[in-house]
Design a protein around this ligand. Structure first.
Ligand code: FES
Ligand code: FES
Length: 158
C-alpha cells in the first residue's frame, strides 16, 4: 500500500505492508533511529512521536494511519538557531543517563510546553507519566523541563 507521510516537514512516499508499525517505518524505512523501540506493548513510551501535533506511541500506530499526516520526531526538534530549549534543558540539568528514554521524553516535554508554557512539577510529572525511565529517578528530567520553560519565558521577554 502506498503512503505519503510528512516527517519533520519532509514528505516521504513508500510502499508499505498494512501491518507495518509507524515506529518501524520511521526507523527502518526512513533511517530516523532517534525514535526508539522498547517494549512494543505501549508501556515504555520511548517510541513517542507527534502525529498531527499530538504525542502518540508509534508502536501502537500503523504506518498507514499516518498517511497524509504530519509526524514529528526528535530529529526535528532542533531549531534554525540551535537546539530547542527542551534539548538545552536536558543538557543543562543532566536529564539523561543512558539516553534510551530521552527522545520520547523530549517530544512529550515539547508538546507540554506548547500547550502549557509554565507547568508545575506535578503537571510535568503527569505529562511524562506514560514514559518510563530506568536510570534517572525522574528528578533531573523534571528539572530539565522546568529549565526549558523558564528559558523560553526569558527568551519571550528579551
Ligand atoms: S516501544 Fe512503544 S511504548 Fe514501548
Ligand atoms: S536515561 Fe536511561 S532510561 Fe532514561
Amino acid at each position: 500500500m502506498q503512503i505519503t507521510v510528512t516527517v519533520n516537514g519532509e514528505s516521504h512516499t513508500r510502499d508499505v505492508e498494512p501491518r507495518l508499525l509507524l515506529v518501524h517505518f520511521l526507523r527502518n524505512e526512513l533511517g530516523l533511529t532517534g525514535t526508539h523501540w522498547g517494549c512494543d506493548t505501549s508501556n515504555c513510551g520511548v517510541c513517542t512521536v507527534t502525529l498531527d501535533g499530538v504525542p502518540v506511541k508509534s508502536c501502537t500506530v500503523l504506518a498507514v494511519m499516518a498517511d497524509g499526516k504530519q509526524v514529528g520526531t526528535v530529529e526535528g526538534l532542533e531549531r534554525a538557531d540551535g537546539l530547542d530549549p527542551v534539548q538545552q534543558g536536558f543538557v543543562q540539568c543532566h536529564g539523561l543517563q543512558c539516553g534510551f528514554c530521552t527522545p520520547g521524553m523530549m517530544i512529550t516535554a515539547r508538546c507540554l510546553l506548547d500547550k502549557n508554557p509554565d507547568p508545575s512539577e506535578q503537571e510535568i510529572r503527569e505529562a511524562i507519566s506514560g514514559q518510563l525511565c530506568r536510570c534517572t529517578g525522574y528528578e533531573n528530567i523534571v528539572r530539565s523541563v522546568r529549565w526549558a520553560a523558564e528559558h523560553e519565558a526569558a527568551e519571550a521577554k528579551a
